[in-house]
Design a protein around this ligand. Structure first.
Ligand SMILES: [Ca+2]
Ligand SMILES: [Ca+2]
Length: 340
């Protein structure tokens, strides 16, 4: 009988502690949030911190552990400023948003500033070009990895519009020198046009949460049976296309869930080519479209009917293509693509 009394007393103590202690209860926290933005743009999203307990919930939140996979831009010049920030130039001129050297027995030399390539392996130089060859002319690219100049590209026999992607030797620093020598032969003057110089690092993992900004207060109180909206922005500026992610951690005084984690997946996609147009010139049908930021190439699809079915037709790094006027009754659409 005595034992029963003790058990009964314990039971009452346990029961009363269940009844009278009050606790917050964090809820409505998603495991992950998927956010998508077009290359170079920012997008906002939000989530709720709800409290279904019967006491105030005190929380604070922070972002951490953002593990991204991407291609690192080590150096770039799209000639939006001519000849480019800290470039030295002789005889190259600004043309159509790029740089061109042309003339009779003229040498143009364009030298980039030094840029850091420390801890980078397997990176490459990419650029667009249009080299109109005449006998004696040449186009040449040299690279200085910190221990002297070496030639990485040379063309002295043919015209070329081929987009270049050239692996560069590693070293502590990088510097580029573009030399064009142009001649005039039987009335034709050679030229070399270049644009979109990029030195891009190889695929790698890196930690960076700078693209995520939490716009709401990062600490606060949610009263019982209430909720608080947390807004955040993901900014794709300076990020490559592909998936990036970050964890938002919410610490609170919820007794059994003191730490909750939301993984934000941030997908950066390319925009849609706008203003797809056609015109006929010199017995050729030209299809043109606006450049898409971040695009490395474009796939062109065509069909006999405006509603399709569309079939793959051609791929190009330019923003136009020329086709026989025999195909003038075709319908076209264009998809932007990136190398990643
Ligand atoms: Ca809880
Ligand atoms: Ca340009």
């Amino acid at each position: 009988m005595k034992i029963f009394k003790i058990i009964a007393a314990l039971w009452i103590i346990i029961l009363s502690s269940e009844i009278f202690s009050q606790a917050p209860n964090i809820s409505s926290i998603p495991d992950s949030i998927n956010v998508m933005a077009v290359y170079g743009t920012a997008v906002s999203d939000s989530f709720y911190i709800a409290n279904t307990g019967d006491a105030d919930l005190h929380y604070n939140l922070f972002d951490y552990n953002s593990l991204a996979i991407g291609l690192e831009m080590l150096h770039e010049n799209d000639f939006s400023i001519f000849p480019g920030t800290d470039y030295t130039n002789s005889n190259w001129t600004s043309l159509s948003g790029g740089a061109q050297v042309t003339g009779n027995n003229l040498t143009g030399v364009l030298i980039s500033p030094q840029f850091s390539t420390l801890d980078c392996e397997g990176f490459y130089l990419a650029f667009d070009q249009n080299f109109f060859y005449q006998p004696g002319s040449y186009s040449k690219v040299e690279y200085n990895n910190g221990s002297g100049w070496s030639e990485v590209y040379f063309q002295n026999a043919d015209s070329s519009t081929a987009h270049q992607k050239i692996e560069l030797p590693s070293g502590p620093t990088g510097q580029l020198r573009f030399t064009g020598y142009t001649t005039k032969v039987t009335g034709n003057t050679a030229f070399w046009f270049i644009d979109n110089i990029e030195v891009v690092g190889s695929w790698h993992f890196y930690y960076d949460c700078s693209w995520l900004t939490i716009n709401s207060p990062i600490e606060g109180i949610v009263t019982h049976s209430d909720s608080t909206l947390i807004r955040f922005t993901c900014d794709a500026s300076g990020l490559q296309t592909g998936r990036h992610w970050v964890n938002i951690v919410i610490e609170s005084d919820d007794p059994d869930e003191p730490e909750k984690k939301i993984t934000v997946h941030f997908d950066i996609i390319l925009g849609t080519p706008l203003n797809v147009n056609t015109y006929i010139e010199n017995d050729l049908l030209f299809v043109t479209w606006d450049e898409v930021a971040g695009a490395d190439s474009y796939d062109i699809y065509w069909a006999d009917d405006p509603y399709g079915p569309f079939a793959y037709f051609w791929s190009t790094q330019l923003t136009s293509c020329a086709i026989s006027t025999y195909w003038a009754k075709k319908f076209f659409y264009v998809v932007a693509k990136s190398d990643e």
